[in-house]
Design a protein around this ligand. Sequence first.
Ligand code: ADP
Length: 207
Amino acid sequence: MTQTTGGSAPHLRRRGAGDAAKRNRPPNSRNQAEPLSSGTVVPEMPQSGPENPPTERTLVVLKPDAVQRGIAAEILARFERRGLRIAALRLLKVERAFAERHYEIHKGKFFHEDLVRTISASPVVAAVLEGPNAIAVVRAMVGATRPHEAAPGTIRGDYALVGLRNLVHASDAPETASSEIALWFPDGVIEYRGDLERWVSDEGALS
Ligand code: ADP
């Protein structure tokens, strides 16, 4: 399994398993600038509120049909163009046991077996995306579960036809995002900030 998010620039930090507690809390809940082992600090994130939506992380899995059809990067680019930032990224082939863990919530449903077999049939691209309201934004961009009900302009509405070939998994709530990110990225994600974020979020919008 390959994690492609390494980096040694001073403003980048690879979080380790020991940071699990910090990793599982929303990025915006960090009130104090945290000293890093390199001597640099992670900048404070703005407090959330009605005019300052929470910065969230969400898990996206580009399923085997997206990778096999050669549109994984195209789909990822849609999220990037929206303003979301890639916080972690990997290409991997999941084993059946892992697929069962990921889809545990659907255990017992008539489509569970097909779901597990489908996602473990061929490599997937998993990513953590970060940004204001990332969970809801990504879900809206992905579209309805059944592609024939997905609105044009959504990923499923533009690229997919049937439920078992609906291209993308996306976390549906903060709790699932947190547990899914921990499952798919046990070594953590990359914490970094770019100047672009000022231009797609409320932070600094009036300065
Ligand atoms: P979503 O991926 O939109 O969050 P769910 O979490 O409800 O949808 O279901 C997980 C996946 O299971 C779906 O993406 C789809 O591939 C599959 N699925 C859900 N419902 C059905 C169904 N009725 N028939 C076939 N496959 C289904």
